[in-house]
Design a binder for this molecule. Structure first.
Ligand SMILES: [Zn+2]
Ligand SMILES: [Zn+2]
Length: 135
């Protein structure tokens, strides 16, 4: 079933046509700084399932030198998606409308997590990126 996502002001909306397949919490230093939070939570989808429904002209992106970046609404600043070399590769789980249908299964980049945050759940922890799934 298709999932909808939107920014805080509601002008930017997107769709994940077949829903999410996975989610994780990223503790890397760049995600933390971009979000201004202890960690960022992303949902993954199958290639080709993501599309902007409205407000695409308001979407700005910020890319790091490595090519990793984020797409956000230039009106309200809400971070909607993660990107790799300009292509949307994940969505922020908190921008999904309603139940995203998945729960985070792991913590990634725990090796660079904030010293002031303690992980208090039993989810798998990866010091860097999670192993790439081969399905
Ligand atoms: Zn907005
Ligand atoms: Zn990260």
């Amino acid at each position: 079933m298709a999932l909808l996502g939107k920014c805080l002001c509601g002008k930017v909306r997107y769709q994940i046509s077949e829903g999410l397949i996975d989610a994780d919490h990223c503790h890397c230093s760049i995600c933390r700084r971009h979000h201004g939070a202890a960690f960022a939570t992303y949902g993954q989808f199958s290639d080709g399932d993501f599309s902007w429904l409205s407000g695409a002209e308001l979407v700005k992106s910020y890319n790091t030198d490595s090519g990793a970046g984020w797409c956000f609404c230039s009106e309200c600043g809400a971070t909607l998606a993660g990107s790799e070399k300009g292509k949307v590769t994940s969505v922020t789980l908190a921008s999904i409308v309603g139940d995203p249908g998945v729960k985070p299964a792991s913590h990634i980049f725990v090796g660079s997590k904030a010293c002031w945050y303690d992980i208090c759940d039993d989810l798998i922890q990866h010091s860097h990126r999670a192993p790439i799934k081969s399905d």
